[in-house]
Design a protein around this ligand. Structure first.
Ligand code: AMP
Ligand code: ZN
Length: 462
């Protein structure tokens, strides 16, 4: 079956076809590194990770660029209040972000361009826009995009431009919805910017937020690429403005598919820094969540539905993950030799079809967990053939390539079990000397043995 994605620009699901067969160029708006990213941000980054893993699973070669917004109104303001340089501030939060990405098993992007390293490209794009009459300079030497020079403005957001009051300008990077006005491409330096400025043909200043993503996406993915993602709050004005600038500068096509993930809510409100109702990844880890439980919690709803978060969701995640690992362990113990054919269950096709349909995770999960139930019944009745056991393990492996919610399985070598058994026998005979010798030997080999009422337990030494 072909893949269908909901394309925000079409307001409906459409067939996915990349520009170059077999290859997908993907741009995802990255974090603004003025503070630690919260789990609302990570809901969007995890949706993008699922999208990427799914495209790879379908056989596409994906080239992924995620920008790092390291200069905008927020970063400058925060650096000033913290009495740090903007570079010190943004490096600190970029490093934190990279650590969170890694601990959540998010596949790394091929490039993480930083805005401050692409000022030249931004200036060039603004000059192109100015030369062709799409942009103009104001008295203070800022540059604005002239909205009435771009007829198709509002195509992503479906904004009614008749409500617009002509010739008003917007200096802030973020502004309220339904208020489309000429927006800043280049902001002339003012006192509040302190030491943050770059020289430009218009004097000292800094770029606007929207031009950052246009310049960096085009530099690394070309004028026309396949998919551009973000959270729904990126649709307007950020992505609408990106389209206006990019199409006007290149005079051609920009992005084919726009995909946006819905908000993570908490107690009914959008999780946000401004409202202060957010959790960081490190908060969840200290509350006892594992990376896999965070992934499960944030990925189990459909990416276009709002998801309400609460701290007790880790119990649900833990139970679901346990059901997978229990079956995996059962199948692993029965695993037939490698030569035996593997017959993947019929449910696999249904599972993939759900994901083909605009990444319908709730449906895919329902199919997968339904299969787990019937597979367990099957095993209870001892009706499983070796090829079905191998096929079951294959299904679980493919599921995990997409969702990455199964913790790494520790495989204990047979020799370790033999030594543990010997130690148990020695202990029964109260031969403590031999028992201790074996425990030390296991310790040297990297294994810890803990005696429990149900017998000895072995785990790798950290
Ligand atoms: P920012 O660091 O503010 O630029 O945001 C990074 C990404 O997180 C953007 O794609 C936002 O749309 C997204 N985002 C922000 N808040 C939420 C939320 N509560 N739920 C889902 N995505 C969010
Ligand atoms: Zn962006």
């Amino acid at each position: 079956m072909s893949i269908r994605f909901y394309n925000t620009i079409n307001r409906k699901k459409v067939k996915f076809e990349p520009i170059t067969p077999g290859k997908v160029k993907l741009y995802t708006c990255g974090p603004t590194v003025y503070d630690t990213a919260h789990i609302g941000n990570f809901r969007t980054f995890l949706f993008e990770d699922l999208l990427k893993r799914f495209l790879i699973f379908k056989g596409y070669e994906v080239y992924h660029v995620m920008n790092i917004t390291d200069v905008d109104d927020k970063t400058i303001k925060r650096a000033n209040t913290e009495e740090m340089t903007i570079n010190e501030l943004t490096l600190r939060y970029t490093e934190e972000f990279m650590n969170d990405i890694k601990s959540l098993k998010i596949l790394p992007a091929d490039k993480y361009p930083r805005a401050t390293e692409h000022i030249v490209e931004m200036i060039q794009m603004i000059q192109t826009l100015e030369k062709s009459g799409y942009a103009y300079e104001t008295k203070d030497h800022s540059i604005y995009f002239r909205l009435d020079s771009y007829d198709s403005y509002g195509q992503l957001t479906k904004i009614d431009l008749t409500k617009q009051r002509a010739t008003e300008r917007i200096i802030n990077d973020e502004y309220s919805k339904d208020n489309p006005q000429d927006f800043a491409l280049w902001k002339a330096w003012n006192d509040e910017d302190g030491k943050v400025f770059w020289e430009s043909p218009w004097g000292r200043g800094r770029p606007g937020w929207h031009i950052e993503c246009s310049a960096m996406s085009i530099k690394y993915l070309g004028n026309h690429f396949d998919i551009h993602c973000g959270g729904v709050d990126n649709i307007f004005p950020h992505h609408e403005n990106e389209i206006a600038q990019s199409v006007s500068a290149t005079k051609g096509l920009f992005v084919n598919y726009w995909m946006h993930s819905e908000y993570l809510h908490i107690q009914g409100d959008k999780m946000s820094k401004t409202l202060g109702n957010y959790h960081k990844i490190s908060d969840l880890i200290s509350e006892g969540f594992t990376a896999e439980e965070i992934r499960f919690t944030l990925l189990s709803a459909h990416y276009r539905s709002k998801l309400n978060f609460s701290l007790n969701q880790n119990q649900e995640a833990r139970t679901a993950i346990q059901r997978i690992t229990d079956l995996q362990q059962r199948l692993f113990e029965l695993k037939a030799s490698a030569q035996t054919e593997s017959s993947i269950p019929d449910e696999f096709e249904e599972f993939v079809a759900a994901l083909d349909d605009d990444l319908d995770t709730p449906k895919a999960f329902a199919v997968f967990f339904g299969w787990i139930r019937s597979m367990n019944n099957f095993l209870d009745r001892g009706e499983c053939m070796p090829n079905q056991i191998n096929g079951g393990l294959e299904f679980i492996e493919k599921f995990d390539d997409l969702f990455a919610i199964i913790p790494e399985m520790v495989i204990v070598p047979q020799e370790v079990y033999v030594l543990i058994e010997k130690r148990e026998k020695a202990r029964l005979k109260q031969d403590w000397k031999t028992a201790d010798k074996i425990r030390n030997l296991l310790h040297k080999e990297g294994w810890l043995v803990e005696d429990s009422p149900s017998g000895p337990k072995v785990k790798p030494k950290k």
